[in-house]
Design a protein around this ligand. Structure first.
Ligand code: TPP
Length: 637
């Protein structure tokens, strides 16, 4: 990117200022906006490539549409940094994804320009249709509604449910398909092939030229619309179009980096009623050579040197524990060697789940199914029905999409699917949409499920080993984002007894019951408390289901003060399970539950959020001390 004199962006407080610019100014502004994003994201981390790819589109949309009255609905929202900067958040953009700062995704409570909150993919068309229909019902005839969806997000079934519904409506809706041929990794599937075909097809390029010639000559009059339709119809005789067959008027493909042309096209489309789709071709990472060349890395690169593209890593002289996802990624390769039935399924998260080594070593046993979590689960269930052992790897929060597929297609038939839930618990800077808060609560109520959470890397390996050693039916292994605690983690596999926890430390004053990696906070808390002559026992449950009732009987017989700690919602999770056990078995104890409270937790670092929610080491120590001081403790002990 060449050096540009910065001036236009500084003048833009909101899209109203943008609309005062000339068409030609939009080119300069786009360059400045792109540079601004690079400057901040290289220093702050966050999503990069997607926002760089839609700079011109963002500028053109806000230039043409009367936002916030007109509504722009971004899909996923990781590409909306330019939108945020142009809609009054330029001066706070350096707080993006930081604790108490602005969110990395559009959020209705943050700005009137964020028409619909998002973070998970494939929602934009349905939401936009709802908004458009509501506008019709309210008699707001001149309101425009635009959904911007990537080719990756279009692979999600929900997007097609939206298209199907919108196509049969008369809603005044524009879907902008931002086609960069990428999800986080290269986009996959037949739809992707279709989009490549339509993009490179001579017929379509001819149609595109015909249409824009007509629009250019006639302007936005009814006559132009009619001519356009007849041009399209004759084009369709030559080449069927998926979107046209769903009753959308299809336009494009157009160059998504020609901001002047984009603005003209959007201006013309504004006057065409009904559901329309504009196919826009963009390059992910546009404008930064290294980001264009390595689009997967620069999807969300962390800190990087903006001049060289070098990723800045915090280095240390001493060996550091690995990330849980990498332990998972290496372990599934090892298991795949001895068990040829193991297959890996991911909904578009090969890199994010560290599955690349497995995909490279066993391509025939590896399936990237697109951003399609529901399908991923039922597809896995089908594989399991024929005796394969699917490791269905889905981030905890995205697994929420597949609730019925887990119940109806998997658990009801007691099929052996290993659900590997990465990013379980508070994930940090992605915030409320991405926290893996609910999986223990929503999995626990399903019969036949085994639900486990390792406390460290060695446990993760052993749980993975155990899950495939025998057919136990559906088997959840949840593990968090980030690094583990062990540097010596690569040990021979051990079979773990299903539904059995372990007493890690005995004590006399109270018991702390944990599940998963928060057990490490508890261990540390026990050490601190012991120095202050408070002896806490610590139990790591390992399994939320089946429950180790023998261990719990022992705990409730011996302790009258119990703290449960979990990296999940306290409603319906481990704490609730322990309370149910206590009531059902007639025990009487003071139980304090620590975990994610009954509210949506925003973004920040994981450490900041654990602190806020009060279940880090300090939170456990504080909870123990306040319990011991409380009347309940002395009356009950
Ligand atoms: C339901 C869901 N699954 C997975 C993700 C993780 N994810 C974030 S962005 C992304 C790729 C989106 O691709 P596309 O829509 O083409 O946008 P691009 O990044 O290419 O601009 C994925 C898989 C998500 N946000 N939501």
């Amino acid at each position: 990117m060449g050096e540009q004199k910065k001036c236009l962006l500084d003048q833009i407080e909101n899209p109203g200022d943008l609309r005062k610019l000339s068409l030609e100014d939009l080119i300069l502004l786009s360059g400045e906006l792109r540079q601004f994003i690079v400057d901040i994201v290289s220093n702050n981390s966050g999503h990069l490539g997607a926002s760089l790819g839609v700079v011109e589109l963002t500028v053109a949309l806000h230039y043409i549409y009367n936002t916030p009255y007109d509504q722009i609905i971004w899909d996923v929202g990781h590409q909306a940094y330019g939108h945020k900067i142009l809609t009054g958040r330029k001066n706070v953009f350096h707080t993006n994804r930081k604790y108490k700062g602005i969110s990395g995704f559009p959020k209705m409570s943050e700005s009137e320009y964020d028409s619909f909150g998002v973070g998970h993919s494939s929602t934009s068309i349905s939401a936009a249709l709802g908004i458009a229909v509501a506008s019709q019902l309210k008699g707001e005839k001149n309101r425009n509604v635009v959904a911007v969806i990537g080719d990756g997000s279009l692979t999600g079934g929900l997007a097609f449910e939206g298209l199907n519904n919108a196509g049969s409506s008369k809603a005044n809706l524009l879907v902008v398909l931002n086609d960069n041929n990428m999800a986080i990794d290269p986009n996959v599937g037949a739809l992707n092939e279709y989009l490549i075909d339509i993009t490179t097809s001579k017929t379509y390029n001819k149609v595109k030229t015909d249409i824009w010639n007509i629009l250019g000559k006639m302007g936005p009059t009814q006559r132009a619309v009619q001519k356009l339709e007849s041009a399209l119809k004759s084009a369709l005789l030559r080449h069927s179009n998926l979107f046209e067959s769903l009753n959308f008027r299809y336009f494009g493909p157009v160059d998504g980096h020609d901001v002047v042309h984009l603005a003209k096209v959007l201006g013309d489309l504004k006057n065409i009623p009904g559901p329309k789709l504009l196919h826009v071709l963009t390059t992910k990472g546009k404008g930064l050579k290294y980001a264009e060349e390595d689009q997967t890395t620069f999807h969300a690169p962390g800190l990087f040197n903006k001049d060289t593209g070098e990723i800045i890593k915090i280095t240390s002289d001493t060996p550091q524990p690995p990330r849980y996802q990498d332990v998972f990624g290496q372990t599934i390769v090892e298991l795949g060697e001895t068990n040829p039935k193991i297959v890996a399924i991911t909904p578009a998260m090969i890199s994010g789940s560290s599955l690349r080594p497995f995909f490279e070593k066993y391509p025939e046993r590896s399936f990237d199914v697109g951003i399609a979590e529901q399908h991923a689960v039922t597809f896995s269930a089908g594989l399991a029905a024929q005796g394969m052992v699917p490791f269905c790897c889905i981030y905890s929060s995205f697994m929420q999409r597949s609730f019925d597929q887990v119940i109806h297609d998997t658990a009801l038939q007691k099929l052996q699917v290993v659900f590997c839930l990465d990013r379980a618990g508070l994930v940090g800077d992605d915030g409320a949409t991405h926290h893996g808060a609910f999986d223990m609560a929503y999995m626990r109520c399903i019969p036949n499920m085994i639900i486990s959470a390792p406390m460290n890397e060695e446990e993760l390996r052993n749980l993975m080993f155990t899950s495939q050693a025998e057919n136990y039916g559906p088997f959840v292994i949840r593990y968090p984002r980030g690094s583990g605690v062990m540097t010596e983690w690569h040990k021979p596999f051990k079979l773990l007894p299903i539904g059995k926890g372990r007493m890690l430390r005995d004590g006399s004053d109270l018991a702390i019951i944990t599940i998963g990696t928060v057990g490490n906070f508890a261990e540390e808390a026990c050490r601190i408390l012991s120095n202050e002559m408070i002896e806490a026992a610590h139990v790591d449950m390992r399994f939320l289901k089946p429950l180790d009732t023998e261990l719990l009987h022992d705990i409730f017989k011996r302790f009258k003060t119990i703290i449960t700690v979990e990296d999940g919602t306290i409603n319906g999770g481990l704490g609730s399970t322990v309370l149910e056990f206590m009531c059902e078995n007639g025990y009487h104890a003071h139980v304090k539950r620590l975990g994610i409270p009954d509210r949506f937790v925003d973004h920040g670092s994981q450490a900041q959020l654990y602190r806020e929610c009060g279940y880090d080491t300090q939170g456990i120590v504080d909870a123990v001390k306040s319990l011991i001081k409380s009347k309940a403790y002395s009356s009950i002990i």
